[in-house]
Ligand binder design. Structure first.
Ligand code: DC
Length: 224
């Protein structure tokens, strides 16, 4: 049977960096589910669909097919056959993903795909509802978080390093707005699963978080 690790938490907690590193150390596949919601968000943006128009979102969702492929261990996201991996990494795509991810037809399509993949392969999967909805029987569940100011500062540094314009206060406000939306939506809200380990990375480096998670994997016999 395949082995599954679920990592959930709010935007900017470092989930993808940690999950990617952990997957590499364990020889598992890394599944970034946020990227799948971002691809759906991109689809609605290019179609000019208002993210608050439930009827139109639900009708349009039927025409979107999101699939994953892997090249040298890196996840690629395909939207109706087109590789959109690069295009979805904008703040705009993140906001659109958050706004449209609360609708059932959007989630159904993506969660089915995520469950199928985890049933076949050893995965480290990150997102908002992995431990609570997608993989309720995961071998290890971690809820990774950090204070909104620390998450904002990390995002700010990333943008500055890329030479992009950044305003720390705006970034923190955006992060808090996204937390609010992701945690309070009706369908599959972001919350810590009862059997998840809470890991606050506010005062930890990436290496320290990975080390802690590797210890948990050792305890659960997830290292082959
Ligand atoms: O992790 P991210 O920032 O790339 O995710 C973008 C948005 O997608 C996030 O704000 C909420 C949504 N999402 C979700 O609803 N369920 C998931 N499993 C992953 C992401």
């Amino acid at each position: 049977m395949s082995k599954n690790i679920a990592i959930d938490g709010p935007a900017g907690a470092g989930k993808s960096t940690i999950a990617r590193r952990l997957a590499k150390e364990l020889g598992y596949i890394y599944v970034d589910t946020g990227a799948m919601y971002r691809a759906m968000g991109l689809f609605f943006t290019t179609r000019g669909v208002d993210p608050h128009n439930k009827e139109r979102i639900c009708a349009a969702a039927k025409d979107a097919s999101v699939t994953l492929s892997y090249e040298n261990g890196e996840q690629h996201v395909l939207l109706n056959g087109e590789d959109v991996t690069g295009k979805i990494r904008t703040e705009e795509a993140g906001k659109m993903a958050s706004a449209t991810s609360g609708f059932m037809p959007v989630r159904e399509h993506l969660t089915n795909l995520q469950k199928e993949l985890a049933a076949r392969e050893n995965v480290v999967m990150d997102g908002r509802d992995i431990g609570t909805c997608v993989l309720p029987n995961a071998d290890l569940k971690v809820y990774l978080t950090a204070s909104s100011s620390v998450r904002g500062e990390r995002r700010y540094k990333e943008l500055v390093e890329k030479g992009m314009p950044a305003d720390l206060d705006v970034i923190i406000a955006d992060i808090e707005k996204r937390d609010e939306a992701d945690m309070n939506r009706e369908v599959s809200p972001l919350k810590q699963a009862e059997d998840a380990v809470l890991l606050d990375s506010s005062d930890l480096t990436i290496d320290q978080v990975v080390e802690k998670m590797m210890e948990m994997c050792k305890e659960k016999d997830l290292i082959s």
